[in-house]
Design a protein around this ligand. Structure first.
Ligand code: ADP
Length: 459
């Protein structure tokens, strides 16, 4: 058994099975065996089953929200927000299943027709992280199932209860065994069982760049299709012409979501000279007001980090910054509550030589840099191996377009701190990965395109 603990107080909130290799193999077999029948179902049948699952989960969203707070530590309002976001994927793909259209092309041969059809790639597997235990699962499963694929999923050890609960509701909704499977146990062995299996044709992974690269290497042997949503180092650029209050609010909500433990969290905040002092002043005032607490509260609070390793990492990044001359404008140490709570922290006077510049912080730390010109901002923003998302604020339309073209990221968000919804293509470039999740782009990752030539039409 694997015990699941509440990061807010260390109490045990549940346990899940630690499956051995034989049990994992049986679950993979079920996933593979279920594929032909699932792929043969009509898109409407698959969509209806997804919709039934959506309705059951929605009716009990408070059960899921409480579970999320307990196993992840995020606060209730955020948990409910994640559930809305995650349900959006089931709803979207329940509908999208029916729109997986092919093509007919003008034929090069007068006695032939050319068809292009989309077919599900086959049985698939997914590995998910702990920061969005609900949405990460629905986003992958709903897309796969809509396309006609089956999927086996290994959730993160820290937050598997939501995954098992989603599975329970899927079964109640009539989604058959094998079509959606969940396994838990040794991450590395399960990863290898997925990547080495010739029958699994695609892996969708969200997690660290380190593990993503290991999986990609291992998938090389069986040439699987892959979707890789990996680490980020998001720039958040604020030009002098930005409305300060609104921009501060956008930054605070983007940064403190899930206590900063989000791959699209603004990791490097670049402020232009003219706005710098006032912006920092207002940011300090705004962040100082936000309570730090366990998550079963109605209002937004900054919760605990996921585990001791996360606290140690954040503390060492902050300490290293201070030792090298950064100024602490707020916070700067573990919270007096103890445990896994860390003070929301604002660091100034940083540059690209600091570790905090080149590391995904994954904690409630605002790392602030200064710039003078647009060219400098773009150069600094792109000065990272990652390329998931880039945020920028400006009222200058020409500059907004230039930024959208020159920022190296899979997603560029202008004048907002909010990125995700079910209808948009989420994903990165460079070491942040490849492939997209969401919208009609997401489902394309689960099909192959088959060209059919229907020749011999002469009478
Ligand atoms: P994080 O730092 O967010 O925990 P990880 O990449 O370590 O990111 O974990 C993301 C997911 O990958 C989790 O489900 C974890 O169990 C899984 N994982 C970790 N190491 C491996 C591995 N060697 N092979 C397969 N999966 C792994």
């Amino acid at each position: 058994m694997i015990k699941v603990t509440n990061p807010a107080d260390g109490s045990i909130v549940g346990q899940i099975p630690f499956l051995d290799a034989t049990e994992v193999a049986s679950a993979i077999n079920r996933t593979c065996d279920a594929f032909p029948a699932w792929a043969r179902r009509t898109a409407k049948e698959r969509g209806d089953l997804l919709r039934g699952w959506y309705d059951l989960v929605r009716a009990d969203k408070h059960v899921f929200a409480e579970l999320l707070v307990k196993e992840n530590g995020k606060c209730l309002s955020e948990a409910l927000g994640e559930i809305e976001y995650g349900l959006g994927f089931i709803e979207w793909y329940a509908e999208e299943a029916k729109r997986l259209n092919g093509d007919t092309l003008p034929s090069h041969d007068p006695n032939a027709s050319v068809l292009v059809v989309k077919e599900p790639v086959g049985p698939t597997a997914a590995i998910t992280p702990w920061n969005f235990p609900f949405m990460m699962i629905t986003r992958k499963i709903a897309t796969a199932l809509a396309a006609g694929c089956t999927m086996i999923i290994k959730p993160a050890e820290e937050t598997p209860l939501t995954a098992y609960k989603l599975l329970e509701y899927a079964r109640q909704a009539g989604i058959p065994k094998g079509v959606f499977e969940v396994v838990s146990g040794d991450a590395k062995s399960i990863g290898e069982a997925f990547t080495k299996d010739e029958r699994i044709h695609k892996i969708s992974f969200t997690g660290s760049t380190r593990v993503g690269k290991l999986l990609a290497q291992s998938c090389g042997e069986t040439l699987k299709k892959m979707t890789m949503e990996l680490g980020g180092n998001a720039p958040f650029i604020v030009f002098d012409d930005s409305p300060i209050e609104e921009t501060v609010a956008g930054l605070v909500s983007a940064k403190l979501r899930n206590s900063g433990q989000v791959c699209i969290s603004p990791n490097r905040i670049f402020l232009q000279d003219g706005i710098y002092d006032e912006f920092v002043k207002q940011l300090v005032a705004a962040v100082a007001k936000i309570p730090v607490d366990q998550g079963m509260q109605k209002d937004f609070v900054v919760g605990p980090l996921i585990n001791q390793m996360a606290i140690d990492k954040v503390a060492s990044l902050v300490n290293e910054s201070v030792l090298n001359g950064a100024t602490v404008r707020l916070g700067g140490k573990p919270h007096q509550k103890g445990g896994l709570f860390y003070e929301p922290t604002i660091l100034c006077d940083l540059d690209d030589t600091f570790a905090v510049h080149n590391t995904e912080i994954f904690g409630p730390v605002f790392a602030i840099y200064r710039f003078s010109t647009e060219e400098e901002a773009i150069r600094c923003a792109n000065n990272t191996e990652y390329g998931l998302v880039a945020y920028a604020w400006t009222k200058d339309l020409g500059r907004a377009f230039r930024l959208s073209k020159q920022l190296e990221a899979g997603m560029v968000i202008l004048n907002s701190g909010s990125v995700g919804t079910a209808s948009v293509p989420f994903g990165g470039i460079k070491h942040s990965g490849y492939g997209r999740e969401g919208g009609h782009y997401g489902i394309e990752e689960y099909v192959h395109v088959k060209y059919v030539l229907m020749a011999g039409q002469n009478r």
